[in-house]
Design a protein. Sequence first.
Length: 174
Amino acid sequence: LIQKFTRDGVEPPRLEDDEDKWKEKIFLLSWMTESEPSNRPSCHKILMSDIVPVPLKPDLLQQLIQAFHHPKSTIRPQVMSKLFNKRMTVAADVGYDDKIARQKKSERFFSSSEQDTLNSAASAFTKYCHLHGAVEMKAPLLFPVSDSASRHVPRTAFAIMERSGNVLSLPFDQ
């Protein structure tokens, strides 16, 4: 298809469904595949043309941030809704706890004698709690909200967003 475009006299196919939608894309493709290489645009020419959207100016970005920061802004609820309704993929959900466990293993804060002292204190405290009827549970403090888990998460559940943009929730009762 690209080779056909580079030949002289070859017209792009006619698109009947929504010609306005494809007009600029066809023009850009035709311009980039001119048969004469000297007539082809440089990256700078393409970016300066009216075809490619203009990047956001810093002052416009600053206005957007201020509008988002203002509590009564109309844009704020929309952005918050989009951010917190985003769900984690099943693959990321399955590997989430494993990633945290690997990070904790690599972080060694105590020497071996300090670690032994800490382990014996934790063991004594665990035995004391067991004597008084406690049951040991290892539940994560935060868990990812994935597509599979989202139907069980109540609307009132507390949700936060981590650095990578994943939405996490505190454990909750159903």
